[in-house]
Design a protein around this ligand. Structure first.
Ligand SMILES: *Cc1c(COP(=O)(O)O)cnc(C)c1O
Length: 378
């Protein structure tokens, strides 16, 4: 039997809510279930405005439009993240400025942030890797001293917090992903969380093809017209219905993931210590989201050997991001080998283990036993 790396999970009400959305006769954007998702996210995360989007990538594109990113502007982001974090800004002509990550949390290294700021810096993007919060006090202090807006790519960190404050509430805005691979999902989907109220009205306009349709439907203007740039970033209410079933099961889903994560962390500890393998670091001031369980192997060769060893037993484990500065695009912006050594090493040695909401105890035991039996250290 195969143990996949990820499996999209269902909580029970997805199909029921989809049928209800269809019966309600409004399956375009901002219908009944979209509004329920917005209210849920606003309440649960504690943000003034949540807007569902077609993806986290699109929420990031909206951020770049809202911050008026222009050709030649510089945008700072960690070198170790998904392409979309920065691509959404490069699409507007921005020049990426990468910062290396911390070797413990794998988040943007706040000690290297200030040196990356120039008079052209227009935004700082942070990613809470694995749903473990960045060192936000330091980052927000630097950003506010330079008056640079922070955007949180919180694709991994929904419902996690730093010093008791929810991730997604620090930046002027934050983005969520509901892609099939995330803790809460609807296949493809996302959200923009807006914290700074000055961006709310324009966010609604940009999301609605540059029109004031939202204000029109609230009766605040008497005609609905083209007022700004924008695009079509609303998901169908059918997807929102699916997502709402997942959000409603928040506690159940997070409890299962926490249980699985903690078991890996406990059961692999002695093995890791004996073989110079690192397990994740969760700083005490952080409550994490249990999005990823990773191990850092001693070398690229041993990481590749462990992937092969697990695969031979039907267990799929995967590496993660390649350093952005070494990608084809990153090299066009001047990236060279050796620029960001921590990202380069982590990218070579990190391995993610199967973690999904309904991974069974027996399957997880099989993964742990297979790891203990690994002998091909090189
Ligand atoms: C998954 C992910 C995205 C992209 O999410 P989509 O919803 O697929 O667009 C962006 N950033 C990070 C950090 C992610 O993990």
């Amino acid at each position: 039997m195969q143990i996949p790396f990820n499996r999209p999970c269902f909580t029970g009400n997805e199909l029921k809510y989809i049928a209800e959305a269809v019966e309600r006769g409004h399956i375009s954007g901002d219908g009944y279930f979209s509004k329920k998702c917005h209210a849920f996210l606003e309440e649960a995360v504690g943000v003034p405005k949540a807007l569902l989007t077609t993806s986290c990538t699109h929420a990031l594109e909206m951020s770049a439009l809202l911050l008026d990113i222009q050709p030649g502007d510089e945008v700072i982001c960690p070198d170790f993240t998904f392409v979309s974090t920065i691509n959404a800004f490069v699409l507007r002509g921005a020049r990426p400025v990468f910062v290396d990550i911390r070797p413990d949390t794998l988040n943007l290294d706040e000690k290297q942030l200030e040196a990356a700021i120039t008079p052209r810096t227009k935004a700082i993007l942070v990613v809470h890797y694995g749903g473990i919060g960045c060192e936000m006090d330091t980052i927000m202090d630097i950003a506010s001293r330079h008056a640079i807006p922070v955007v949180e790519d919180n694709a991994h960190g929904l419902f996690a917090n730093y010093k008791g404050r929810n991730l997604g509430t620090f930046g002027v805005m934050a983005t969520q992903s509901f892609h099939e691979t995330k803790n809460f999902q609807c296949g493809e989907g996302g959200a923009l969380l807006v914290n700074d109220p000055q961006y709310i009205e324009r966010a609604e306009i940009i999301r609605e093809k540059g029109t004031n349709r939202s204000r029109f439907f609230r009766g605040q203007v008497d005609k609905y017209t083209w007022v700004d740039v924008g695009s079509s970033y609303l998901p169908s209410d059918v997807l929102a219905a699916f997502l709402y079933a997942q959000l409603e099961a928040r506690d159940e889903i997070q409890t299962k993931r926490r249980h699985i994560w903690n078991r890996y962390n406990t059961d692999l500890r002695a093995w890791a210590d004996a073989h110079d393998v690192c397990l994740p670091t969760v700083p005490p001031e952080v409550e994490q989201a249990y999005h990823v369980f990773y191990i850092l192997m001693p070398s690229l060769a041993s990481r590749q050997a462990l992937i092969a060893h697990l695969k031979a037993q039907g267990i799929l484990s995967v590496f993660h991001y390649l350093p952005l500065h070494l990608s084809d695009m990153g090299q066009k912006f001047g990236g060279r080998a050796g620029d960001y050594p921590v990202t380069e090493r982590v990218s070579d040695t990190l391995l993610r283990l199967p973690l999904y909401n309904d991974l069974s105890e027996a399957d997880q035991s099989q993964v742990i036993e297979a790891i203990h039996a690994f002998e091909n250290w090189r």
